[in-house]
Design a protein around this ligand. Structure first.
Ligand code: ATP
Ligand code: MG
Length: 139
């Protein structure tokens, strides 16, 4: 297994409900190394660019509105097999279908308000990291 980096976001629903600390503790407990972290309020355009793969989906408008309503926490996480590992810690997209003990199962409110984002592959992870962080922030 290789050491990988993935992009994680604590979404506006979770930041707004005061769950940032709880989610960071889970990240530490799962032994990810936080390479970079910052808070941002995404513009509508940034949210649309970030979720461009979903632009034809019926929920695109709602999703990009939601993601740009208030602050998010964006992070680069490093670990062995970090991409799949972070998706495992988050759980399935829909909290109702997520495994017990996962962030989305325990803290998520709905398929949209599901607390966190995680990259889904090596190429998207690299693209998403560069969307928010410059090279000098990643050393
Ligand atoms: P993410 O990309 O945020 O990590 P994911 O990879 O598990 O989540 P995607 O299919 O990429 O899921 O969907 C992106 C986001 O769009 C979801 O996390 C969720 O916030 C929202 N979403 C997905 N499906 C729906 C839906 N049917 N209705 C409303 N929102 C949805
Ligand atoms: Mg996704």
């Amino acid at each position: 297994m290789a050491i990988e980096r993935t992009l994680a976001i604590i979404k506006p629903d979770a930041v707004g409900r005061g769950l940032t600390g709880e989610i960071l503790s889970r990240i530490h407990a799962a032994k990810f190394y936080i390479i970079a972290i910052k808070t941002r309020r995404l513009t509508r355009k940034e949210a649309e660019g970030f979720y461009a793969v979903h632009r034809e989906r019926p929920f695109f408008e709602e999703l990009t509105t939601f993601m740009s309503t208030s602050k998010v926490v964006v992070m680069v996480l490093e670990a062995e097999n970090a991409i799949a590992k972070w998706r495992e810690v988050m759980g399935a997209t829909d909290p109702a279908k997520a495994a017990p003990g996962t962030i989305r199962k325990e803290l998520g409110a709905s398929i949209q308000y599901n607390c966190t984002h995680g990259s889904d592959a090596t190429d998207t992870a690299a693209l998403e990291i560069s969307y928010f962080f410059s090279g000098s922030e990643l050393v």
